[in-house]
Design a protein around this ligand. Structure first.
Ligand code: PLP
Length: 470
């Protein structure tokens, strides 16, 4: 009798060796239970400039710049050189007992770019650990200052701040909390400042008043003496590139100052050039936060590094407190990594030597070209700022309803675009675009033209499958 054939083994044999090995051993981030530890994701083999090459040898425009991070583009020789040279000079030193020159030089350069009195930096390993650090610093600070009840954290629906326990507790996107535990007792969540989804009958200035008023009421309800911090991405990234109404951030900042609530600007995405400046808080939105968290673009993704810019005033308050023995018991083995800091220094050189100016110059063209996609009936809105944009699909323009979530329109568009030469970041019914900052006008034309074709093919498919009226 013939042996029973194991379908999983047959599938594995048909896959290439790398994919099969990944399926056998890798647990990918953000998996679903039904395929956890057995999932196949497309392999990327190489990168150069704004392009990546997949395992089949197809060259694709890297639409999301990795994960909003490869700001200077792939295969940057100056950065590769620094990685090698710093590894040969000093590959690691313990930040517990020592410092390295790159970490000090970088701190000085970051302080020069940061707004107001944000003259100090605490390095971390990425964005989640940066947010976690800012929150733990707020908690520590209020403990030392004798107000241990002032700990609530205010965040917004649609926000994304990370994957560690406390940072993840702030997240407010659909599905973030469905199956996960979180510190909900420490979080107050406000509405998403999305003008496209504002209540019917409200114009945008009225919507802005509504949002500010909501924060005021939350402060009254919970008490300013119980709220420690407000955290906001200046432009919500993973929530769908939400650019808040004019004046919103300034007014929220003012309310924080009036109520002694720390304003944490989560610039993990918006810093290091994405909006044309090293930090966007002051240069784009005219606000001076108490802390700014950063990661991703600080090394253009060549090395895991993040950090928190901290107000000198806050540190001074601690030094002047009655508890000189109180320890901020928080630090990471790779805080201040010399290779990460050396890479960040070179990355800053590249930004300052033309890439920030290029981004500011090219961003209006990028936004205008993407905006032309609004003539497609599946597209409800194209929005964005700098080199961040989102194409949001809707079932119909009258109601602006997103298509039923199970359709996953973004994934369909992504699949078509990948065949045509563009990698998309699909977010349920949205496609996010944040290419490397080195992108040129003609490359923007290619990106938009492929995206248009991808959306057209998706529309045809949805009509064929009777999932959309057209
Ligand atoms: N904050 C924001 C605004 C982010 O977009 C992200 C990641 O996408 C994070 C924090 C978390 O960063 P990381 O994934 O590096 O931990």
């Amino acid at each position: 009798m013939a042996a029973k054939r194991d379908p999983a083994k047959i599938a594995a044999l048909e896959e290439d060796a790398l994919t099969a090995t990944a399926r056998a051993h890798l647990v990918q981030p953000w998996p679903v239970a039904g395929s956890i530890g057995a999932e196949v994701r497309g392999g990327i083999a190489a990168g150069d400039g704004i392009y990546v090459t997949d395992q089949e040898g197809r060259r694709l425009i890297d639409g999301p710049a990795g994960m909003w991070c490869t700001n200077v583009g792939h295969r940057s020789e100056p950065i590769a050189r620094v990685l090698y040279e710093q590894a040969m000079a000093l590959s690691y030193n313990s930040p517990w007992y020592t410092t390295s020159e790159p970490s000090v030089r970088l701190a000085e350069r970051l302080a020069a770019h940061a707004p107001g009195d944000l003259k100090h930096v605490f390095y971390t390993t990425g964005g989640s650990s940066a947010v976690e650090t800012a929150l733990r610093f707020m908690q520590f600070s209020n403990n030392v200052r004798g107000r241990p009840e002032k700990k609530l954290i205010v965040s917004r629906q649609g926000g994304y701040h990370g994957s560690t326990y406390l940072s993840a507790s702030l997240n407010g996107r659909p599905r973030d909390h469905d199956w996960m535990d979180n510190a909900s007792d420490q979080v107050v969540r406000l509405s998403c400042p999305n003008p496209f989804r504002r209540p019917t009958g409200m114009n945008v200035p009225q919507f802005c008043d509504f949002l500010v008023d909501e924060f005021k009421k939350a402060i009254e309800r919970h008490g300013a003496d119980r709220i420690g911090a407000f955290i906001a991405e200046p432009v919500m990234a993973s929530g769908g590139v939400i650019v808040p109404p004019d004046g919103y951030l300034k007014r929220m900042r003012k309310l924080c100052a009036e109520n002694d609530i720390l304003f944490i600007a989560d610039e993990v995405v918006t810093a290091f050039g994405r909006l044309g400046h090293v930090f966007a808080s002051k240069d784009v939105f005219d606000i001076e936060p108490d802390m700014i968290t950063f990661a991703k673009g600080v090394t253009s993704g060549y090395f895991p590094l993040g950090g928190v810019m901290i107000s000198s005033r806050l540190l001074e308050q601690l030094r002047a407190s009655n508890h000189s023995e109180a320890m901020f018991a928080h630090g990471l083995t790779y805080s201040s990594h010399p290779i990460g800091c050396a890479v960040a220094l070179k990355n800053l050189d590249l930004l300052e030597d033309g890439l920030l100016a290029h981004t500011r110059e090219i961003a209006p063209y990028f936004q205008a070209q993407l905006k032309t996609l609004e003539d497609l009936p599946l597209v409800g809105e194209v929005r964005g700022l700098g080199l961040m944009a989102c194409v949001e699909c809707v079932a119909d323009r009258e109601s602006n309803n997103p298509l039923a979530l199970d359709i996953e329109v973004g994934k369909r568009i992504d699949a078509h675009c990948q065949r045509l030469g563009l990698l998309v970041r699909p977010l349920i019914h949205m496609c996010v675009m944040s290419p490397p900052l080195t992108i040129t006008r003609s490359q923007i034309d290619d990106l938009v033209s492929i995206l248009r074709q991808g959306i057209r093919l998706t529309m045809d498919e949805l009509v064929r499958e009777r999932l959309w009226r057209g």
